[in-house]
Design a protein around this ligand. Structure first.
Ligand code: 13P
Length: 255
């Protein structure tokens, strides 16, 4: 997968089945009518919507579908969990891994996430791997170190070929759902650092081909200036992805 512009929505634990299908249909129709660039639009829904929205996606051909989590094991006695192969079997292409909400509320560690990345890639699911610092880590100035460790422990065990199927999303925890967006300069500073860290590990070519998304209170008013930054290739959108108009307007920044 080479570097591209992606606008991905993370619905989190919102929308019942009917509401999800209805929102997805709106998004798919608007995308077909209004999105004219090469940007990729991805919707990461709860598991219950996946198989139905994959079918809706096929009719418009403009939106890809992803999950928000998988279990690290292949299969077995893990009551209530969902595997990578199950997600792939309904036709989803992406999976969000390492989201700060999963790190914070479900105790997901870098070591666990490394296993989830392995099993996702093994089953041809493309991880949207999230990294980012907390408010305290930003204020203490340790954020570069935090982000480097998350990369080293979560994804750097992949060889360059497998790594090329991973999308990275920088989501400062202090900007998620708070209305406090990182300024374009703050976001670009970290994105440039991420690309530099990738260059050191995988070389310039791989680093240059990696898609780096920004996430955290992204909306139709701030998306254009964020996405105009040199190392920002798109966004991972929470709240604004629940409104078809806002989500498509964010995607249209790349028209
Ligand atoms: P908000 O856009 O609601 O801040 O959420 C960002 C996010 O967590 C996307 O994964």
């Amino acid at each position: 997968m080479s570097r591209k512009n992606i606008v991905a929505g993370n619905w989190k634990m919102n929308l019942n089945y009917e509401e999800g299908l209805s929102l997805f249909s709106e998004i798919a129709n608007m995308a077909k009518d209004e999105v004219i660039g090469h940007q990729e639009i991805v919707v990461c829904s709860p598991f219950i919507h996946l198989s139905s929205i994959v079918k809706l996606a096929e009719t418009s051909n403009k939106v890809s579908v992803g999950a928000q989590n998988i279990h690290q094991a292949e299969a077995g006695a893990y009551t209530g969990e969902i595997s990578a192969s199950q997600v792939r079997s309904v036709g989803a292409e992406y999976v969000i891994l390492g989201h700060s909400e999963r790190r914070a509320y479900f105790g997901e560690t870098d070591a666990l996430l490394a296993q989830k990345v392995d099993v996702a890639l093994k089953h041809q699911l493309k991880p949207i791997f999230c990294i980012g610092e907390t408010k305290e880590e930003r204020e203490s100035g340790r954020f570069f170190e935090v982000i480097k460790t998350q990369l080293e422990q979560g994804v750097f065990h992949q060889d360059a070929t497998d790594f090329s199927n991973i999308v990275l999303a920088y989501e400062p925890v202090w900007a998620i759902g708070t209305g406090l967006t990182a300024s374009p300069e703050q976001a670009q500073e970290v994105h440039a650092f991420i690309r530099e860290t990738l260059t050191q590990h995988y070389g310039e070519q791989v680093a240059g081909q990696t898609t780096l998304l920004y996430g955290g209170s992204c909306n139709p008013s701030n998306a254009a200036t964020l996405f105009a930054q040199k190392d920002i290739d798109g966004g991972l959108i929470g709240g604004a992805s629940l409104k078809s108009r806002d989500f498509i307007d964010i995607a249209k920044v790349f028209n």
